[in-house]
Design a binder for this molecule. Structure first.
Ligand SMILES: Cc1ncc(COP(=O)(O)O)c(C=O)c1O
Length: 387
């Protein structure tokens, strides 16, 4: 009997009790004053997290819908678009642009490596007509956090409009939209925001608005202009996921009570603890050193381990659910999510279970080495904060 599942995939993330309660409120009129107040409060909170004065649009869709909205509103068929690709999510983003008729120029980095700003500079010089640059901030499939500041600087110096997929970074890793000059930033409610899936946030800056006026791709449900028009009246164009918005509102309160600097520090600390623990178990960290994500750790186990059987055992015997590999890494790695409502004890439980499960499968004895290695990175500060 598993009493409580330890959900350690990189999103959806566990919901704190406060969030569950907020999400289960009675419904309200989405054209009425209560909804207008809710929308305004959520938008203001998301703006503080994104550190931006730009308008934040609230779309009822998952993160991918937010990303697709950027393509639909910024691309004209035949446009050249530069897509930075270093994993599965960058791949999908490039695929969306292609689906809207863009001629996609792919700047690819090997999986596990970041996209380098110097490579972007060279690519942009070779493609002067490409107006749009797509960047995945935190590549969830490989556990790499790209050097956002450098990439955005290069794109801005070349006078391109830069769209950042911040789905699995914003609210867990700083995304300073205004300071960096990010034209469009997109995130999704089920990640560090500690809410269920269903809402995408899209922060749109003035250069992106200007480009969207000229873009000729078809758009309707995801049309930013409609979203902006309705937002001025405290509404959304279509029926919004009201329950998810209540959850986001409560998640934002919790983030602000803890303080964003403390939230970011907690994510970094838990990522370092996880990395040390899985390395001690004999796993290889997939992401290049210096670029390892604070929200997800991707680790490749010893060749003799059957990853699917291992993940099944973790789930069924220990109640610990970790992610698997994606794309070409399917069945070859585990991905441990440590974003949102996660504290020291959660990481300790995961590492303990991972070590025990290796022994259960006769791969390696359990002698406490994972927790011993993680220990120096763990601090008691976060234990009480996130529930
Ligand atoms: C970096 C990144 N981009 C995009 C997505 C897609 O978001 P969604 O599954 O909410 O559509 C995800 C989801 O895991 C992600 O991690």
């Amino acid at each position: 009997m598993i009493y409580q599942q330890q959900l350690r995939i990189p999103g959806p993330t566990p919901l704190p009790e406060r969030v569950v309660r907020a999400a289960s409120r009675p419904m309200i009129d989405h054209r009425g004053p209560e909804f207008a107040a809710l929308l305004a409060d959520v938008c203001a909170g998301v703006r503080r997290v994104f550190e931006t004065e730009n308008e934040v649009l609230v779309l009822t869709c998952s993160g991918s819908g937010g990303l697709e909205s950027a393509i639909a509103n910024l691309v004209s068929p035949g446009d050249e678009v530069v897509a930075c690709v270093c994993g599965n999510f960058g791949e999908r983003f490039a695929g969306m642009a292609a689906a809207y008729g863009a001629r996609v120029v792919r700047l690819e980095a090997e999986w596990g490596q970041p996209v380098e700003p110097d490579d972007l500079r060279r690519t942009l010089a070779a493609y002067p007509a490409a107006r749009l640059v797509l960047v995945t901030h935190n590549e969830t499939s490989t556990g790499v956090t790209n050097p956002l500041e450098g990439l955005v600087r290069v794109a801005r110096e070349a006078e391109r409009v830069v769209v950042v997929d911040a789905v699995s970074s914003a609210s867990s890793i700083p995304v300073e939209v205004d300071r960096l000059g990010v034209d469009v930033a997109v995130s999704g409610s089920q990640k560090g925001w500690m809410a269920p899936p269903g809402i995408a946030f899209v922060a749109v800056g003035p250069r992106a608005w200007a480009l969207s006026e000229r873009a000729r791709a078809p758009r309707y449900y995801l049309d930013w202009r409609r979203a902006r028009q309705e937002a001025e009246k405290g509404m959304t164009p279509w029926t919004p996921a009201i329950g998810v918005l209540y959850a986001v509102q409560e998640g934002l309160r919790m983030l602000e009570e803890e303080g964003l600097a403390a939230v970011y520090a907690r994510h970094r600390r838990l990522a370092d603890a996880t990395a040390a623990g899985v390395e001690a178990l004999g796993f290889q960290l997939y992401a290049a050193e210096g670029y390892r994500s604070a929200t997800v750790t991707a680790a490749v186990p010893m060749p003799e381990l059957d990853v699917d059987a291992y993940r099944r055992l973790l789930r069924e015997r220990y109640g610990v659910v970790v992610g698997g590999g994606q794309g070409k890494m399917t069945g070859k790695m585990v991905r441990i999510g440590h974003l949102g409502a996660v504290a020291e004890g959660d990481v300790a439980q995961v590492l303990w279970a991972m070590e025990r499960a290796l022994e259960d499968l006769d791969v390696a004895p359990a002698d406490g080495r994972a927790l011993a290695a993680a220990g120096p990175h763990l601090a008691p500060e976060s234990v009480a904060v996130t529930r």
